[in-house]
Design a protein around this ligand. Structure first.
Ligand SMILES: *[C@@H]1O[C@H](CO)[C@@H](O)[C@H](O)[C@H]1NC(C)=O
Ligand SMILES: *[C@@H]1O[C@H](CO)[C@@H](O)[C@H](O)[C@H]1NC(C)=O
Ligand SMILES: *[C@@H]1O[C@H](CO)[C@@H](O)[C@H](O)[C@H]1NC(C)=O
Ligand SMILES: *[C@@H]1O[C@H](CO)[C@@H](O)[C@H](O)[C@H]1NC(C)=O
Ligand SMILES: *[C@@H]1O[C@H](CO)[C@@H](O)[C@H](O)[C@H]1NC(C)=O
Ligand SMILES: *[C@@H]1O[C@H](CO)[C@@H](O)[C@H](O)[C@H]1NC(C)=O
Ligand SMILES: *[C@@H]1O[C@H](CO)[C@@H](O)[C@H](O)[C@H]1NC(C)=O
Ligand SMILES: *[C@@H]1O[C@H](CO)[C@@H](O)[C@H](O)[C@H]1NC(C)=O
Ligand SMILES: *[C@@H]1O[C@H](CO)[C@@H](O)[C@H](O)[C@H]1NC(C)=O
Ligand SMILES: *[C@@H]1O[C@H](CO)[C@@H](O)[C@H](O)[C@H]1NC(C)=O
Ligand SMILES: *[C@@H]1O[C@H](CO)[C@@H](O)[C@H](O)[C@H]1NC(C)=O
Length: 431
């Protein structure tokens, strides 16, 4: 068994090395090639996990490359002793029956407050908690505490593959405010941000709510609306489009180092300056942290005009635009057969032998998939405003978890560490 695993490990390592050597970038002018058809949130082409979640349908090989997103389902999650129910994003293949939430980075149960800690140890890329299902209009309510101190960003956002985004962002340098913002298809506009005053986002739990309707959005804190955006305010007459978030989106809660020294100067300034990796939090408890107590998701009906051919998944049907009107609700499969599979062929890489189980915790799937999505903030196409609290998940955070006592899913994390070490080594050689 052990030697089988080492063999599988070497094999995936080899695959990984080949892939690292051939990192393929995707962006607005360059779509992914057929053999690595899916463009990840980090702007890299790949298969498997690259094709799930925030896979960008516009920069991918074709309209079918990214997997359809699992449809919205009402839920209420108390993050009390909950970490074992959260699956690792790098090994998840889309089985939404298995989990409501995914993580990358470091999560730790916090029994004292019946909550979950999103931890950011020294030099890590932070932690992201992602809903496995998407919302296509709905109300998301989170009871949480944000982190503090300059350079540390906590975020609670809705994010779609085409990069529509609705944000609460907590800039640690100012714990008496939460910033609200929205983006349409990743288009940067620095004028869309507003602040809501909150007394102490760090020490106290508050309830933050994104209420996303077809024609307006409200941002509320503790039941009081702090901002309303009407769709009609976002009309662009040149293009005759509403630059309003309108595509199926996942919920992300995250902590990330907006002020990391390697980020763009504008991002660092926005984050309240360079992060201090020797701050007291780094020695005790050992990391910067945000704390999530409860998240409720209430789904709204899709728009009346929505095309329907099923009840299970959201799918883009028009590669000329990625607007609300191009979304169809279908019964299409949302799960990949392997981490070589893609929306173009969901059975690619599926071995027929009985030994290949669907378990996402097997050593081979965890180690090989850690070769996916190894993007960092600096490689995303979208770093300038730090708009996405979720664009910074890096595998370096997994490596930091080796020293954190409470890191979960020991086996997969362990193989990730090996891979990460190799990753840094290879990168050192390449650069
Ligand atoms: C897309 O990536 C290519 C290759 O890295 C680069 O030459 C091009 O400028 C990029 N385009 C955009 C819009 O960033
Ligand atoms: C926490 O959850 C685990 C796994 O579900 C369970 O075995 C354990 O008893 C729980 N601990 C507490 C204190 O509830
Ligand atoms: C999906 O997860 C559920 C719950 O863990 C499990 O019963 C089922 O077998 C899984 N399906 C596949 C295809 O792996
Ligand atoms: C943060 O910056 C340090 C250099 O100060 C760099 O080594 C590290 O990779 C960066 N981390 C992230 C997540 O960007
Ligand atoms: C979530 O829903 C439950 C049940 O309706 C409610 O008791 C709780 O206060 C809600 N939590 C938040 C954060 O809105
Ligand atoms: C932002 O607002 C400023 C001042 O109102 C205006 O000059 C600028 O054009 C706006 N920028 C964008 C991208 O809309
Ligand atoms: C929001 O507050 C920050 C300081 O925390 C400030 O830099 C920024 O200009 C404010 N934004 C607006 C739109 O007032
Ligand atoms: C947008 O719609 C709202 C609600 O229907 C209305 O009160 C407001 O006047 C409209 N604004 C514009 C710019 O048309
Ligand atoms: C409207 O869209 C055009 C074309 O993309 C863009 O150049 C212009 O800045 C947009 N106007 C506003 C107010 O955003
Ligand atoms: C509707 O779904 C069925 C089976 O799920 C499929 O065969 C058919 O092609 C779909 N129709 C459209 C228009 O996508
Ligand atoms: C999908 O991949 C499998 C395994 O490589 C292959 O047998 C099958 O023909 C492919 N299907 C399509 C439609 O290309």
């Amino acid at each position: 068994m052990a030697s089988m695993q080492s063999f599988a490990y070497l094999l995936t390592l080899l695959t990984f090395l080949l892939k690292v050597n051939a990192v393929t970038i995707c962006n607005a002018t360059q779509s992914c090639p057929e053999d690595l058809p899916c463009c990840s949130q980090g702007g890299q082409c790949g298969t498997g996990q690259y094709c799930l979640g925030s896979c960008n349908p516009s920069f991918s090989f074709n309209i079918d490359s990214c997997m359809p997103l699992p449809i919205c389902k009402d839920s209420s999650t108390k993050f009390d002793n909950y970490s074992s129910k959260i699956l690792n994003e790098y090994t998840f293949l889309g089985n939404v029956s298995a989990a409501d939430w995914l993580y990358s980075g470091n999560i730790i149960d916090y029994a004292d407050e019946n909550s979950l800690i999103l931890a950011m140890p020294k030099n890590s890329g932070g932690t992201v908690l992602t809903s496995t299902r998407a919302v296509w209009y709905g109300k998301i309510t989170a009871r949480m505490k944000a982190s503090h101190l300059g350079g540390v960003i906590t975020a609670f956002i809705l994010f779609s593959g085409i990069q529509d985004e609705i944000d609460f962002e907590f800039v640690g340098a100012d714990i008496e405010k939460v910033q609200t913002n929205y983006y349409w298809q990743g288009t940067l506009n620095y004028n869309h941000s507003t602040n809501i005053t909150v007394d102490d986002v760090f020490d106290d739990y508050h309830t933050y709510e994104l209420d996303w309707h077809e024609d307006y959005i409200t941002w509320s804190v503790d039941g009081t609306i702090g901002r309303t955006l009407y769709k009609n305010e976002t009309y662009n007459s040149t293009t005759d489009t509403y630059r309003f978030p309108q595509t199926p989106s996942q919920v992300h809660l995250s902590i990330w180092p907006g002020g990391n020294a390697t980020n763009a100067p504008g991002t660092i300034a926005w984050a309240g300056g360079e992060i201090n990796w020797d701050a007291p939090d780094i020695s005790d408890p050992g990391y910067y942290y945000a704390i999530v107590n409860e998240v409720n998701i209430t789904c709204y009906d899709p728009p009346i005009f929505a095309k329907k051919n099923g009840t299970k998944a959201y799918k883009y049907t028009n590669s000329d635009n990625f607007l609300e009107k191009s979304i169809m609700i279908t019964d299409d499969e949302v799960m990949l057969g392997s981490d070589e599979a893609t929306g173009n062929n969901i059975t690619e890489g599926v071995t027929t032998s009985s030994s290949s189980s669907s378990s996402s915790a097997s050593s081979s799937s965890s180690s090989s998939s850690s070769a996916k999505k190894t993007s960092s903030a600096s490689t995303t196409g979208k770093t300038s405003s730090g708009s996405s609290g979720s664009s910074t998940s890096t595998s370096s955070s997994s490596s930091s978890s080796s020293s954190s006592t409470n890191s979960k899913n020991d086996a997969p994390v362990l193989s990730n560490i090996n891979i990460v070490t190799v990753f840094s080594f290879i990168f050192g050689l390449l650069i």
